[in-house]
Design a protein around this ligand. Structure first.
Ligand SMILES: Cc1cc2nc3c(=O)[nH]c(=O)nc-3n(C[C@H](O)[C@H](O)[C@H](O)COP(=O)(O)OP(=O)(O)OC[C@H]3O[C@@H](n4cnc5c(N)ncnc54)[C@H](O)[C@@H]3O)c2cc1C
Length: 345
């Protein structure tokens, strides 16, 4: 997939390469925004820090089903990502992957205010408007500091499930008490030989329905338990878990560990751009404008009264942002794009 994309390296960045809109973050919201920008005939570029498009859908939960995307009763995250990528590519945006924006500087060009974005690959990107769809920021999973755990990482200790077939007929221990831990404990039962889950408390941060299903399932659930040790030479063989109320220790024979302990997200250099930030999120108006002229934001990264971090709301915000950017760039344009069903193919 990556080979067919233009990268920053292939592109000569000069002022005549000025884009109407640059979308920072190629997750679901950024991808839908890119499609919408194409509908509005805007010259569009997407930049993402990861080597693949799709954001959380691709990186964090590709094999989970999503049930609350309008019109799609059930869709696997990686399939939704594939469709969003296809929809975005319909208008041929320039796509730069594996690249972060380190710094941003306003530039005057032919009497208008544009932005110069300094990319981590050494190129500059020029744009009339910037749309931030960076989601939870550049994300990294929370890890556990246990002696020797690093030697099992990638092969036997996992933070994401990219390919469930590696768990085929294996014994797997899931650590965590959130939605991901509970969902994987349910979803992997038809693949793994045995699924165990430990959680350090007795309350889950997951949908009640899923927790109920978990408790009724064949998964072995141990509450008030924490991971203390990992054992094995080249291959993970067993772990020791400790009950944090009784201090009782127990050895469990497992082939794989799935650590679902949440993610640490970082806004990185964006924090220093002068954006108005509230509890880690970027404040936006009802037009998705930030406090900085020509910078808009949408999706998981934004906050406004009533904001919900969902795909459904993010897609709506993408449309609002792009159509308002259109009027920012061209004051004669209308914000309302017309109906796509009325447009020429
Ligand atoms: C396990 C799990 C299950 C979920 N299930 C559902 C569900 O059932 N229904 C639902 O509606 N929502 C669900 N969500 C939430 C949903 O995935 C998010 O709301 C959605 O992904 C937000 O999209 P986004 O494009 O705003 O951000 P993201 O998907 O986070 O994408 C942001 C992109 O920006 C990139 N980026 C970040 N920082 C930078 C930077 N500085 N420079 C360049 N690129 C950068 C990232 O690499 C990423 O590709 C779930 C989330 C998780 C973790």
């Amino acid at each position: 997939m990556k080979e067919s994309y233009a990268t920053a390296e292939d592109t000569e960045m000069e002022l005549n390469d000025l884009y109407d809109i640059t979308i920072l973050g190629g997750g679901p919201v950024g991808l839908f925004a890119s499609f919408y920008a194409g509908l509005r005939h805007m010259k569009t570029k997407i930049i993402d820090a990861l080597p693949e498009l799709g954001g959380q859908l691709t990186a964090l939960y590709p094999e989970k089903y999503i049930y609350d995307v309008a019109g799609l009763p059930k869709v696997m995250a990686k399939d939704l990502a594939k469709n969003l990528i296809g929809q975005a590519q319909h208008h041929h945006p320039t796509i730069c992957l594996d690249e972060r924006i380190e710094a941003l500087r306003p530039v005057e060009f032919e009497g208008r205010h544009i932005l110069r974005l300094a990319g981590s690959r050494g190129s500059d990107h020029y744009t009339k408007a910037l749309l931030l769809t960076v989601g939870i920021g550049a994300f990294a999973p929370r890890t556990l500091e246990l002696d020797g755990i690093e030697k099992f990482e990638q092969r036997f200790v996992h933070y994401f499930v990219k390919d469930r077939s590696i768990f085929q007929d294996k014994k797997i221990l899931i650590v965590g008490g959130g939605d991901s831990a509970v969902d994987w404990a349910l979803n992997l039962q038809d693949t793994a030989k045995k699924v165990m889950l430990i959680h350090r408390r007795d309350e889950f941060r997951a949908h009640e329905e899923s927790v109920e299903a978990l408790m009724d399932s064949d998964a072995e659930v141990k509450l008030w338990c924490e991971l203390d040790e990992v054992h094995g030479n080249n291959v993970l063989e067993a772990v020791t878990v400790r009950n944090n109320r009784t201090n009782e220790r127990e050895t469990l024979h497992v082939d794989h560990l799935l650590l679902n302990l949440g993610f640490m997200a970082s806004l990185g250099p964006l924090k220093n751009w002068g954006l108005e930030i509230e509890k880690g999120d970027i404040k936006v108006t009802s037009k998705m404008e930030t406090n900085i002229e020509c910078i808009y934001a949408a999706g998981d990264i934004v906050t406004f009264p009533g904001k919900l971090k969902l795909l459904a709301t993010g897609f709506g915000e993408a449309a609002i942002a792009v159509n308002n950017i259109k009027t920012y760039i061209d004051p004669n344009a209308r914000a309302f794009p017309g109906h796509s069903s009325e447009m020429k193919k």
